[in-house]
Design a protein around this ligand. Structure first.
Ligand code: NAD
Ligand code: GLY
Length: 378
């Protein structure tokens, strides 16, 4: 297939517009994508130079690193790589320093490019390094988890964690290309695949009713092996389109973009109270969506049938719908106060009103949250 036959979604950010290409087998054509017309002639951006530093981790590099490097070299690039340890605990300024060291060693210039090959952890860090090295160099995302394909790689949120909180240090910095090769999901552990599916369900609830209904009709959503190629293509296309639509209307999260945090308010509290390990991000978002749906039922903003449909869809992916019993409702409420989405002391929730529509609200009281937490622990 030629590059032109792939599915492409554009994130229309005027002079920083970029493509999200969903291209089965695209990893072996990474070099070709970087020499394609659009990247070489983006208005307001200099042409990509020959030097590329690919950033990855040992797990992903072992599977796909050499293929990516070979493709870049074949296309005429001078490609080097920098391998960071695998895990959220390494999403730190120390890892950014390692990227800088590698950039210095390989003499990256203003026209050089950082390419991330990995999940959201590698993508967020590579983007932050690209935003800051020499005050900004070219940046390309090659996401390899479902979560990073549909969410983290698009929209320009980059950064690292502070010991006191997740993603507290960062910058908005858009990539110039997101290249998604769905075939790399064949090696992704099913638990990570399901974590990404939580974000896909999120898009169904907040934005795209048709996507939600297609997910409901699927025979299985549990792993890459059980999802048909056509359905996976639809899931990727519709999710990336939803993210592109929202980001292009509100790049810096002045308003609308906050809806992408559906399920994340309570989800982040669960994630942080369980130490970011026993419950992963997608699992926490799944629990958070159930909680948000229940709050919306309690406020008469949506009805019990819709909540039942949401819960059934989440359960069908084998994502959790209950809050771990060892967490107390008091500590959850307290942790909510430290959420980045707190505005003027008010915790903001994203609550569903229909399948495909949500509202942002500060009207949820601590008592209501406590009640729902206790309900989701029974
Ligand atoms: P991750 O990057 O930690 O990847 C999960 C695991 O899968 C890792 O062990 C990784 O090595 C492995 N892996 C990745 N691709 C693989 C493949 N194809 N085959 C086999 N193993 C593979 O986790 P994630 O869920 O991709 O990303 C989570 C991170 O993304 C968090 O740090 C979160 O804050 C961030 N995030 C950012 C945004 C954003 O808008 N920037 C949005 C959502 C999440
Ligand atoms: N993942 C939330 C955002 O990109 O805004």
């Amino acid at each position: 297939m030629t590059l032109a036959q792939k599915s492409i979604i554009t994130v229309p950010l005027s002079d920083r517009a970029y493509d999200v290409a969903i291209a089965p087998g695209g990893l072996d054509r990474l070099g070709l994508w970087l020499t394609s017309g659009r990247l070489q002639s983006s208005p307001g951006q200099s042409t990509l130079g020959r030097k590329i530093l690919l950033v990855s981790n040992p797990t992903v590099f072992e599977y796909y690193g050499q293929r990516a490097i070979a493709s870049l070299t074949d296309a005429g690039f001078d490609a080097e790589y920098c391998i960071l340890p695998d895990g959220e605990e390494y999403k730190t300024l120390n890892s950014i320093q390692k990227i800088y060291d590698s950039a210095l060693e390989h003499r990256l210039e203003r026209s050089s490019t950082l390419v991330s090959l990995g999940g959201g952890v590698i993508g967020d860090m590579t983007g932050f390094a690209a935003a800051t090295w020499l005050r900004g160099i070219h940046f390309v995302q090659v996401p390899t988890t479902l979560l990073s394909m549909v969410d983290a790689s698009i929209g320009g949120k980059t950064g690292v964690n502070h010991p006191q909180g997740k993603n507290l240090i960062g910058a908005f910095y858009q990539p110039q290309l997101v290249l998604i090769d769905p075939e790399v999901l064949s090696t992704l552990p099913p638990r990570e695949f399901r974590a990404g599916m939580a974000e896909v369900i999120k898009y169904g609830v907040i934005w795209d009713r048709d996507l939600f209904e297609q997910l409901e009709a699927a025979s299985s959503l549990k792993s890459y092996a059980e999802v048909s190629t056509d359905l996976l293509q639809t899931i990727l296309m519709r999710s990336c389109q939803a993210k592109a639509d929202v980001v292009s209307q509100d790049e810096r999260e002045a308003g609308l973009r906050a809806i992408l945090n559906y399920g994340h308010t309570l989800g982040h509290a669960v994630e942080s109270l369980t130490g970011y390990t026993s419950v992963n991000h997608g699992e926490a978002v799944a629990i958070g969506m159930v909680a948000a749906g229940q709050l919306a039922v309690d406020m008469d903003w949506w009805n019990a049938d819709l909540q039942q449909r949401q819960v059934a869809l989440i359960k069908s992916t084998e994502l959790p719908t209950q809050i771990p019993p060892n967490l107390s409702s008091d500590e959850i409420v307290e942790t909510l106060q430290t959420d980045k989405k707190v505005k003027a002391g008010q915790v903001r929730f994203i609550l569903p009103t229909q399948i495909g529509a949500v509202k942002i609200t500060s009207q949820v009281s601590s008592d209501m949250v406590q009640q729902v937490v206790q309900q989701l622990q029974r």
